[in-house]
Ligand binder design. Structure first.
Ligand SMILES: CC(C)(COP(=O)(O)OP(=O)(O)OC[C@H]1O[C@@H](n2cnc3c(N)ncnc32)[C@H](O)[C@@H]1OP(=O)(O)O)[C@@H](O)C(=O)NCCC(=O)NCCS
Length: 205
């Protein structure tokens, strides 16, 4: 098993793993065309890090992080408006409700929380179902955190579901993450925001 930076050639395998690991998630419901656009745009952005764990030429898991949190998804859409045009057009005709939700989630800031937003954000970490529980997630998250530290970023945050999500929450807790707050994402999905201080000589908050 090796860990390396992801490249644009990995995007189709990353999309397969995303679809497998995040089966019932909203972004997955938008289909492989959207996910290909999203992870391609993620990789092209200069403020991001994407890693994958590979065994026998097969990707077992991936992570995607940005060095800053504030307004990242909306910036990604603006940077890739032409590419998003085709995906957006398809969604407009097939899933107009989903397109509205996507745009709201990507462009709207939380109304209930006044956050400092001075941390990196882990947007995705996913391991294919057959490889879960073998330490792949730990290797990915450790490499992602090391990347942030090397880039002078010492706090990392993420959002994860509040309900029916014991497994991921246990994983993050084991990896040193704690709850910053909970909130409701559009239209009605209760989420946690978790945070970890990567500078062990300080405490978060
Ligand atoms: C969550 C996920 C990324 C974890 O990756 P993984 O490869 O299965 O986890 P690992 O085997 O690396 O486990 C790392 C540590 O977390 C612990 N852990 C993982 N899942 C756990 C669980 N359900 N309960 C308790 N501890 C757990 C492991 O015991 C291990 O601890 P150790 O280092 O002391 O042995 C992976 O299971 C996954 O992709 N799940 C589906 C997608 C998802 O929920 N992603 C995150 C949501 S935002």
């Amino acid at each position: 098993m090796i860990i390396r930076k992801a490249t644009l050639n990995d995007v189709s395998q990353i999309v397969e793993i995303h679809s497998d690991a995040f089966e019932d998630f909203f972004l997955t419901s938008l289909g492989p065309m959207f996910l290909n656009f999203y992870y391609g745009a993620f990789l092209r952005n200069k403020e991001t890090g994407m890693f994958c764990v590979v065994e026998n030429d097969e990707i077992l898991g991936f992570s995607a992080v940005t060095k800053y949190c504030s307004g990242f998804n909306s910036k990604l859409l603006k940077e890739n408006l032409f590419r998003f045009g085709w995906v957006g057009l398809k969604l407009l005709f097939t899933r107009p409700d989903a397109l509205l939700r996507l745009i709201k989630n990507f462009t709207k800031k939380s109304e209930s929380v006044n956050e400092p937003e001075d941390y990196a954000e882990l947007y995705s970490i996913g391991v294919s179902k057959i490889a879960q529980g073998r330490g792949v997630g730990k290797v990915l998250l450790t490499a992602t955190e090391e990347f942030l530290i090397k880039n002078g970023v010492y706090k990392v945050s993420l959002t994860t579901d509040f309900y029916n999500n014991e497994s991921a929450i246990a994983f993050y807790s084991k990896m040193g993450y704690s709850i910053l707050y909970d909130f409701v994402a559009y239209p009605n999905r209760k989420m946690y925001r978790l945070i970890k201080n990567l500078n062990t000589s300080e405490t978060v908050i």
